[in-house]
Design a protein around this ligand. Structure first.
Ligand code: PHE
Length: 517
């Protein structure tokens, strides 16, 4: 047992101050056992050791016999020498054995040790040196031979084989003791009081140990990517819109965006409707709302917010749908006020943008707004779609904006995320004209991927708010999930959101820098 072995090691070391070879002290113990015993002792500095590995020459059984009894030729010589009258060749096998007679006779002749008179063998000298035997005896006792040529020759003659032997040269360590003592890990009050602190053995600090992981909260990958997007927006002079309402009216989610009330996106397919209560009041000024203008700062006195006429806005929207207004012929269908007041889970954050643009209309001026928050769509759930996801959305309001400016802005915006090649494809949104789908070339995936939707808001959306007719507004949106999945190599969205998420993945995933790759 290994513990026995540690005691034995301490035992042999206590008798000497010289280093000891494990192969001498424990010739029949496997080297792995010796190593683990020495490691235990070394970790406590009781023993020091070094590992030696060398090739050892071992005699084959035939060579063992030669070392013990002499070579075949020497046996033949001895037998012939003993026979005073000489020895008949035919008697040799009887005297030395069949094999020695066969191999040894020729060699003994060659060495000139014996001669032949007719068929009588006679010794040619008084004594001989049995070199083969001496060489093998040397190897037997030293496990090697000083002359590598001889060693090689013996290997070829299959008298010697080579073996790798690991041995350990061990000696007393700085904390050597006769006994394997228990090491203390803590200094206690009792040790100080009794004075044993001075004699007990302390376990040394392990400065290489990893330390126990400390439990802590962790940001979800979506939050990390969201943080990056927010930085980009702030860098580019955007203000964050308040997105703190998941429930919207059909008015803010659709009608104000000039989405016709029969639009397919509006029916049960894509929109979650609220059942209790199913309807909201008509839009009106929120009395609890602060009197702050969207880009007012809390510290300076704020310009008084002009009162906004929501009833007029509601009527304008209705009119532009039903009969047309502001130079538009409208959709020409009977507008249903109830449809406008139906409560829904917002299907896009453009509902918030619309609300903010309406507020901007009270005091029209260039503005840049963004939001990143959750939206809901009653879609079939698969590997890349959930019924709720996050949208990153931005709007820019200014005078004299052109479509070329939107394309140019997109190039700067997406370059900040490391996407440098963009393509634009004409698309359709009820609230923008022209509209463009944005494709980016993803270097990692080596293909074009759809990264967003964009456009210039229609006059039918902006003018009912009271925004000046020469004001132009860009809008664009993209999902937060898509770049996050690409960034973190997540193939199935259910690994990112929902009950199947591995908390370990959330805890161990690295921070993300969008522009770096
Ligand atoms: N609302 C659009 C969407 O859901 C995105 C968008 C926002 C498009 C603003 C144009 C303008 O994809």
């Amino acid at each position: 047992m290994a513990t026995d072995l540690t005691a034995k090691v301490l035992d042999v070391l206590s008798q000497t101050d010289e280093p000891i070879l494990s192969t001498d002290a424990f010739p029949s113990t496997p080297s792995s056992e010796i190593k683990s015993a020495l490691d235990r002792l070394k970790s406590r500095e009781m023993v020091a050791y070094e590992t030696l590995d060398k090739d050892e020459a071992i005699l084959t059984p035939e060579a063992e016999d030669i070392a013990a009894n002499g070579s075949h030729e020497a046996k033949v010589f001895e037998a012939v020498l003993q026979a005073v009258e000489g020895m008949k060749i035919s008697d040799l096998p009887k005297a030395v054995g069949q094999e020695s007679a066969k191999i040894g006779r020729g060699k003994a002749f060659k060495e000139g040790w014996i001669k032949k008179d007719n068929d009588i063998l006679r010794a040619n000298r008084e004594s001989i040196t049995d070199t083969s035997r001496e060489q093998l005896q040397t190897i037997q006792s030293t496990r090697t031979h000083p002359d590598p040529k001889i060693l090689n020759d013996l290997k070829k003659r299959k008298l010697v084989t080579m073996h790798k032997v690991i041995s350990y040269k061990f000696s007393k360590g700085p904390k050597f003791a006769r006994q394997f003592v228990k090491e203390q890990t803590d200094l206690t009050a009792e040790m100080l009081a009794s004075g044993t602190w001075n004699t007990v053995s302390f376990k040394p600090y392990n400065f290489k140990s990893m330390g126990a992981p400390t439990g802590s909260g962790a940001l979800h990958p979506l939050n990390k990517v969201r943080h990056e997007f927010r930085q980009i927006f702030f860098e580019m002079g955007f203000e964050e819109m308040p997105t703190n309402r998941y429930v919207e009216t059909g008015f803010w989610n659709f009608d104000a965006l000039f989405v016709p009330q029969q639009h397919p996106a509006r029916d049960q397919q894509d929109t979650f409707f609220i059942s209790d209560p199913p309807y909201a009041d008509r839009p009106r000024e929120d009395p609890q709302e602060t009197q702050h203008l969207p880009n007012g700062s809390a510290s300076e006195p704020l310009p008084k917010k002009p009162k906004q006429d929501y009833e007029q806005y509601f009527e304008n929207v209705k009119e532009v749908h039903e009969t047309g207004k502001y130079g538009s012929i409208g959709y020409r269908y009977p507008y249903n006020d109830d449809e406008s007041l139906k409560l829904v889970l917002r299907t896009h954050t453009t509902a918030i943008s619309t609300y903010m643009l309406h507020k901007l209309a009270a005091n029209p001026r260039p503005a840049r707004y963004f939001s990143i928050d959750r939206v809901f769509r009653n879609e079939s759930v698969d590997a890349t779609h959930l019924a709720e996801f996050h949208q990153v959305e931005g709007v820019i309001a200014d005078y004299g904006l052109t479509l070329g400016g939107l394309i140019g802005f997109m190039e700067v915006f997406f370059a900040k995320m490391g996407i440098h090649r963009l393509r634009f494809k004409p698309a359709y949104n009820p609230y923008t004209e022209p509209s463009m789908e944005i494709f980016g070339f993803h270097e990692g995936l080596d293909k074009w991927v759809e990264i967003g939707n964009s456009g210039m808001f229609r006059p039918e959306m902006l003018e009912p708010m009271g925004l000046p007719p020469d004001m132009r507004i860009y809008g664009w949106g993209l999902s937060l999930e898509r770049p996050t999945m690409i960034k973190y190599g997540v193939k199935n969205i259910r690994e990112l959101l929902g009950h199947k998420v591995d908390l370990n993945f959330v805890e161990s995933n690295p921070a993300v820098r969008l522009e770096k790759d």
